[in-house]
Design a protein around this ligand. Structure first.
Ligand code: FAD
Ligand code: SF4
Length: 495
C-alpha cells in the first residue's frame, strides 16, 4: 500500500467522525510529476495527476465550511465544498456533475487556473495552517474529477432544447467563445463558431503548451460541442472574409458574440528586433503548438533552432516560451525580468517547474538592444541592470535603471513575452463598436452587450490579456444575455 492508501484506510476505518484537528493534520497531497531532466526534453504532461487514494485523502482535508470563502474566490462560483464532499465519499459521478453545474471546462481550469490567487487563497485550511500552499488543493481535485469522467468515457452530452430557428454567430473559439456556444446551443438556437485558424480552441490550442495542457483534452471539449450540434467554420477571418454586419444582413444571424482574444504581440521597440532569431513569444508558441514544429522532420513549419535563448518577460507566456525553447533543444535558456521574483506575474507553480527544468532566472535586468552578425542574425543582446524603486499603479515596486550598468549577453534567439494587445481587425471594420484607448471592446458590465445592437463581446478582447476562467465567466454572462434576448423575441412573436 502507498502512504496515501494506508493513511486513507486508517482514517476511514475510525469509529468516530473526524474532528477539525484530524483533518488539519492530514498532509497536503503533493501532485506527482515527471522527472525534471526527462520532461525538459519532452512534451509529456508534467503533472501526472492524483491517484484515487490521494484525491480522496485531499478531499477529506476540506472542513466543509458553513460559509465557504473558497466559493467567493472562484470567478464562476463552483460549489466547491459540495463537489469535494462527493470525492471524499468516492462518488465521482456526483463530483463532476456538481462542478459542471457552473463550469464547462473543468479539465482545463483544473490545470491552468491560478487557484493560488483565487479559490485556494481564501481556503480556511490554508489560513489555519498559515500558508496558501497548505490550502485544500481545489484545482487538482477539479482536474481529478474531470479526468475521471473523460478516462472512464463517462462524458455526458448536455441536453439541447428543440430548435428555435434562431441563429447565433460566435467569433473566435477560445474559452469565451466555447462557453457561449455551449450555453446558447443548449437553448435550442443554431450556433456557428467562426475561427481564423485551422484548429479550434484559441490560446488553449496555440498558446498553452502540450506539457501543461494536453491537446487531447481540448479536442474532447470541442467534440462535446460538435455532438451538441454546434457548427464550425475554420480558416474564416471575420473582418476580412465577412464583416460583422454581413453576418446579420447576408447570413441571417440573430445575434453575434465577439470573443477574438488578445493575440496581437507587443514588442520592446528597441534596436535589433527585426533580426533573424527574434520572435514574439506568441508566434514562437503558435509555431510549436499549432503548427507542431516540435515534431521535427514531419512539421510543415520548421522553426529556428535556438541554442542560446533569452526570453524577455515574467508572465505565464514567458514561462511557457522558455520551457518550450528548452524542449526544442536549446542548450541554455535565460529568462530576463526587470523586477524580482516577488513581483513576477507568472504562476508560482510554473516558476517552480521552469527552474527545475534548468531555466536560468535573471532578475533586475532588461534588454536595451539586440545585436546582429553580418548575416542579420542575432549574436548577442545588450542589457542594463535595474534596482527597485517606489510602488507603481499596479502596487508593484517599479524598476529603476542603474546608469552605466550595461553588459552584453551572448544569445542567438530572443523571445519577446512582454504582453499582448487586442487584434484591431474587427473594431476597424465594425464602426458601430466602441473601443477604449487600448483597443478593448466596450461592453455593459452586467450583460456583455456592446454598443452595437445584437452584438455581445467577452474574454480577452474586453478584459485585455486575462485568464481562462475570467474569459469563461464573460462568455457565460454574454450567453445568458443572448438567450434572454432571443427568448423575449420568441415570446413577443407568439403573443
Ligand atoms: P482566445 O483564447 O485568445 O481565443 C480567441 C480566438 O479568436 C482565437 O482562436 C483566434 O484565432 C480567434 N480570432 C481572432 N480574431 C478572429 C477573427 N477576426 N475571426 C475569427 N476568429 C478570430 N490563462 C490562465 O488562466 N492560465 C494560464 O496558465 C494561462 N497561460 C497562458 C499562456 C499563454 C502562452 C497565453 C498566450 C495565455 C495564457 N493564459 C492563461 C491566458 C488565457 O489563455 C486567455 O486569457 C484566454 O484564452 C482568453 O480567452 P478568449 O476566449 O478571450 O480568447
Ligand atoms: Fe473546504 Fe477550504 Fe472551501 Fe472551507 S474554504 S469549504 S476548507 S475548500
Amino acid at each position: 500500500m502507498t502512504n496515501a492508501a494506508t493513511l486513507l484506510h486508517e482514517l476511514i476505518s475510525r469509529p468516530t467522525p473526524l474532528k477539525i484537528k484530524d483533518r488539519l493534520a492530514i498532509p497536503v497531497q503533493e501532485m506527482p510529476e515527471l522527472d525534471a531532466t526527462y520532461r525538459a526534453r519532452s512534451l509529456d504532461e508534467v503533472a501526472t495527476g492524483f491517484t484515487p487514494e490521494m484525491a480522496q485523502l485531499e478531499a477529506i482535508r476540506c472542513l466543509q465550511c458553513k460559509r465557504p470563502a473558497c466559493v467567493e474566490g472562484c470567478p464562476v462560483h463552483i460549489d466547491i465544498p459540495a463537489f469535494i464532499q462527493h470525492i471524499a465519499n468516492n462518488d465521482m459521478r456526483g463530483a463532476i456533475d456538481k462542478i459542471k453545474e457552473t463550469s464547462l471546462l473543468p479539465a482545463i481550469c483544473g490545470r491552468v487556473c491560478p487557484q493560488e490567487s483565487q479559490c485556494q487563497e481564501n481556503c480556511t485550511v490554508g489560513k489555519s495552517l498559515k500558508s496558501v500552499d497548505n490550502a485544500v488543493a481545489i484545482g487538482r481535485l477539479e482536474r481529478y474529477a474531470a479526468d475521471w469522467e473523460r478516462l472512464h468515457n463517462e462524458v455526458k452530452i448536455p441536453e439541447v432544447k428543440p430548435n428555435t430557428r434562431k441563429k447565433v454567430a460566435v467569433i473566435g473559439s477560445g474559452p469565451a467563445g466555447l462557453v457561449v456556444a455551449a450555453d446558447v446551443r443548449r437553448e435550442g438556437h443554431e450556433v456557428v463558431i467562426f475561427e481564423a485558424f485551422h484548429k479550434l480552441g484559441g490560446v488553449l490550442r496555440y498558446g498553452i503548451p502540450e506539457f501543461r495542457l494536453p491537446k487531447e483534452i481540448v479536442d474532447r471539449e470541442i467534440d462535446t460541442l460538435a455532438k451538441m450540434g454546434v457548427q464550425f467554420r475554420l480558416n474564416f477571418v471575420i473582418g476580412r472574409t465577412r464583416k460583422v454586419s454581413d453576418l446579420f444582413k447576408k447570413d441571417g444571424f440573430d445575434a453575434v458574440f465577439i470573443g477574438t482574444g488578445a493575440g496581437l504581440p507587443m514588442f520592446m521597440g528597441i534596436e535589433g528586433e527585426n533580426l533573424v532569431g527574434v520572435f514574439a513569444a506568441n508566434e514562437y508558441l503558435t509555431r510549436t503548438n499549432l503548427m507542431r514544429a516540435f515534431d521535427k522532420g514531419h512539421a510543415a513549419t520548421p522553426l529556428w533552432q535556438g541554442k542560446q535563448v533569452a526570453v524577455l518577460g515574467g508572465g505565464n507566456v514567458a514561462m511557457d516560451a522558455a520551457r518550450m525553447a528548452m524542449r526544442m533543444g536549446a542548450d541554455s535558456v535565460k529568462l530576463i525580468y526587470r523586477r524580482t521574483e516577488a513581483e513576477m506575474p507568472a504562476r508560482v507553480e510554473e516558476v517552480h517547474h521552469a527552474k527545475a527544468e534548468g531555466i536560468e532566472f535573471c532578475y533586475l535586468q532588461n534588454a536595451t538592444r539586440i545585436l546582429g552578425d553580418t548575416n542579420g542574425r542575432v549574436r548577442a543582446m545588450e542589457c542594463i541592470r535595474f534596482e527597485l524603486g517606489e510602488p507603481d499603479a499596479s502596487g508593484r515596486r517599479s524598476p529603476v535603471e542603474i546608469k552605466g550598468s550595461e553588459f552584453e549577453l551572448e544569445v542567438d534567439t530572443v523571445l519577446v513575452a512582454i504582453g499582448n494587445g487586442s487584434n484591431p481587425l474587427i473594431p476597424q471594420t465594425t464602426p458601430d463598436l466602441k473601443i477604449d484607448k487600448k483597443g478593448h471592446v466596450l461592453v455593459d458590465a452586467l450583460t456583455n452587450k456592446t454598443f452595437m445592437e445584437r452584438v455581445f463581446a467577452g474574454g480577452d478582447i474586453v478584459l485585455g490579456a486575462a485568464t481562462v476562467i475570467l474569459a469563461m465567466g464573460e462568455g457565460r454572462r454574454a450567453a445568458h444575455s443572448i438567450n434572454e434576448l432571443l427568448a423575449s423575441e420568441s415570446l413577443a412573436k407568439e403573443a
